[in-house]
Design a protein around this ligand. Structure first.
Ligand code: NAD
Length: 357
């Protein structure tokens, strides 16, 4: 017998409704949440979808605010909060990716409005109580139970229009949450099961999604995986991979999902020698493979995703700045994070060389 299990697990209070066509249940969900006047939030390219959603829910919608932006700039949050207050909204429907959901969270944080999320990417923000706000190029994040959506509707039909490149990188972004949940300091058996299943379903579905974005079965499977991976993110504390991506995004303004996609195999390769249980779970989830980090690196290439930090616009000279930042604040990680180790990791990720431990 292995050692007795020791863990703490707290489930988050939210409803999840999943399946093709579940958007038609949105009005019911709004009524169940006791909301009467909701503001629909989306990013500018999803304005048409936002308007359609508002029409579907009739007089429950008091407006559409199509101004969500990546990483929730403070001024964008303030404008959305003002609009919600002016309209007397008592809740928000966030339709879209992490940007729209992040904007909903910013309103909930200040005004306590309930959020119903309708995710259309695989980023996973809808499953967490983590909020983020960007001021003068610096992103602050925090955890607050008020920003957790009361209800999440996962309708894979809404993801049919997600371009192949965004599907690939957003899916790899989701896989990163599950990977780090497997070796998190607050890992627990139920979350590890969700992480394994999340990685399995996304890794299996993404090649089919990229080959044919209209394949509803593959879209449904990918979204199911994204839900599980998002739940892992919401339940655990992230380590080296997320810290590096946060530093790269915040300091160099590298694109979010693409950065996660490039860095993940390298961060995992770094941690693999110190995380044997996570490695076994990933070996199974990825199809009895020997080296999960290499398999994820190959998967990203097969999906046509960016494969180096250089390709994302990073200069080689920036490596030392990121290493310095990633070392500045201590955090839990299965393997000790050293300056040499990080420099090697980032140098390989910058050049797009195969990951090594
Ligand atoms: P996003 O919301 O900006 O969407 C990415 C792109 O996909 C955008 O161009 C958007 O217009 C497009 N898009 C979205 N849905 C589409 C659809 N159905 N069809 C066609 N195009 C569509 O970005 P994201 O990658 O979803 O999320 C990233 C953001 O979320 C970052 O700011 C990140 O920090 C945040 N995030 C937060 C958490 C959290 O727990 N707080 C978790 C994950 C991500």
């Amino acid at each position: 017998m292995s050692q007795a299990r020791t863990f703490t697990y707290q489930s988050l209070p939210m409803r999840v409704v999943m399946g093709p066509g579940v958007l038609s249940q949105l009005a019911d969900e709004i009524d169940k949440a006791g909301l009467k006047r909701v503001l629909v939030l989306c990013s500018p390219p999803q304005q048409e979808l936002g308007e359609t959603v508002a029409q579907m829910i009739g007089e429950r919608a008091v407006g559409v605010h199509p101004h969500a932006r990546m990483h929730v700039p403070l001024e964008s949050a303030a404008a959305a909060r003002d609009r919600a207050a002016e309209l007397g909204a008592d809740g928000c429907i966030a339709v879209g990716g992490g940007s729209a959901i992040g904007l909903g969270k910013a309103i909930a944080l200040e005004h306590g409005l309930k959020i119903i999320a309708v995710p259309t990417t695989y980023a996973g923000s809808e499953m967490t109580s983590v909020w983020g706000l960007t001021e003068d190029g610096r992103k602050r994040t925090g955890k607050d139970p008020r920003v957790l959506p009361v209800s999440v509707l996962y309708d894979p039909e809404l993801t049919l229009s997600l371009p192949a490149t965004v599907s690939a990188t957003s899916g790899m972004n989701a896989i990163a949450h599950a990977v780090e949940a497997l070796y998190a300091p607050d890992a627990s058996p139920i979350i590890s099961l969700m992480a394994e299943e999340g990685v399995r379903s996304l890794a299996a579905a993404l090649p089919a999604v990229v080959a044919d974005g209209k394949d509803i079965q593959a879209r449904a499977e990918a979204q199911y995986g994204a839900w599980l991976c998002g739940a892992c993110l919401g339940a655990t504390t992230m380590s080296l991979h997320h810290k590096l991506c946060h530093a790269l995004g915040g300091t160099l303004d590298l694109p979010h999902a693409e950065t996660h996609t490039v860095v993940l195999p390298y961060a995992l390769a770094y941690n693999q020698p110190a995380a044997p249980d996570a490695v076994s779970a990933l070996q199974w989830a990825l199809g009895q493979v020997s080296d999960p980090a290499t398999t994820l690196w190959e998967l990203a290439r097969r999906l046509g995703a960016p494969s180096s930090l250089r390709e994302l616009g990073m200069e080689e000279d920036d490596i030392s700045r990121i290493v310095e930042q990633a070392l500045a604040q201590p955090y839990a990680n299965p393997r000790q994070v050293t300056e040499d180790g990080l420099t090697r990791l980032l140098s390989r990720a910058w050049a797009g060389e195969p990951p090594t431990s």
